[in-house]
Design a protein. Structure first.
Length: 146
């Protein structure tokens, strides 16, 4: 869990109604119950209503992309991950979004774009979580060297 995600009250302690976190918290709870369509809509609504107001906006867009990715709906996933990178390049979630963007490209058969994206992660985000950089390097080595 990232530092920005730790600002969200745990599910056992729901955010007070009307707080900036309530809509995000509700979407997170829906995702936890595998109600993906509703969760995605909730995250999107949160991000649209709070552009840049909190650290949760890039998180919300990331989850929209991740839900699409889980559902193997790769084009919308790629758009959401690209949105995180473009709108919130300094977010702690941006390196993960870039990794998922590369995976989305590859899943759509766009190997060249995926490999290029993987190759840029370490230079664009040198302070990314080590597991993100390692995963990108491993994926690039196995998928792009053929």
């Amino acid at each position: 869990m990232t530092a920005s995600a730790s600002a969200v009250p745990p599910p056992s302690q729901p955010a007070p109604q009307g707080s900036v976190f309530a809509q995000y918290d509700q979407a997170m709870n829906l995702m936890g119950r595998a109600q993906y369509s509703e969760a995605s809509a909730g995250f999107r609504a949160y991000a649209d209503a709070n552009p840049g107001d909190t650290d949760l906006s890039p998180q919300a867009i990331y989850w929209v992309g991740n839900i699409a990715f889980i559902r193997q709906d790769y084009a919308p996933a790629a758009r959401a991950f690209a949105e995180v990178i473009k709108k919130y390049p300094k977010s702690p979630r941006a390196p993960d979004a870039m990794l998922k963007l590369a995976q989305s490209f590859m899943s759509m058969g766009q190997k060249s774009e995926g490999c290029t994206t993987l190759g840029l992660i370490k230079s664009k985000y040198p302070n990314a979580q080590p597991q993100t950089i390692t995963r990108a390097a491993t994926l690039r080595k196995t998928a792009c060297s053929k």
